[in-house]
Design a protein around this ligand. Structure first.
Ligand SMILES: [Zn+2]
Length: 170
């Protein structure tokens, strides 16, 4: 018999995993923008003096992506790794980094980390994953990413060691 505590713990675990998928998705977007020297916040249109908020678009056809194209992992699977509009292949880097986000947040959940460590981890994780992607693809990591890597690893170790609440969902 599962008690309501198990159900609550399972739901918390699912919430962490979903947050990890979204953070992974954000990592994929920022690493692309860092690699292509684009702003994370605004897009500067060459034919206009005004900037507009940066939205994700297909690098091949430049079609702006809808919410349905941006569901972590699932969009890539349902679109069979191709752009909905021009059928250009979408790199497997996106679902892979989203799965890495899920794994990182799932491990953080199992380590029992919450509160301030959780907030720090959520802030640092996307930049750490982006650093990982940039290292794999470009063989270099921008210097400010090292701060995020250091923060996420130390907060993770803090959650595992200092809080000492490793719980496994069995
Ligand atoms: Zn396209």
């Amino acid at each position: 018999m599962y008690s309501s505590d198990h159900v609550v713990m399972f739901l918390i675990f699912v919430a962490y995993a979903m947050m990890g998928a979204c953070l992974g998705s954000f990592s994929g977007a920022i690493s692309y923008r860092i690699a292509h020297q684009k702003s994370w916040i605004v897009d500067h249109k060459s034919n206009s003096a005004r900037s507009q908020p940066a939205r994700s678009s297909c690098p091949s056809c430049l079609h702006q992506l809808s919410l349905w194209d941006l569901v972590p992992i699932l969009s890539w699977v349902f679109l069979k790794g191709r752009c909905r509009y021009c059928k250009a292949p979408i790199s497997v880097r996106y679902p892979i980094i989203e799965i890495c986000g899920v794994i990182a947040m799932a491990l953080f959940c199992l380590s029992g980390g919450g509160g301030i460590p959780l907030i720090l981890f959520v802030l640092a994780l996307p930049f750490s994953l982006a650093g990982f992607l940039l290292f794999i693809e470009k063989k270099k990591i921008p210097f400010y990413i090292y701060g995020a890597l250091f923060l996420s690893i130390s907060v993770f170790l803090y959650a595992v060691v200092a809080e000492n609440q490793i719980r496994w969902l069995i």
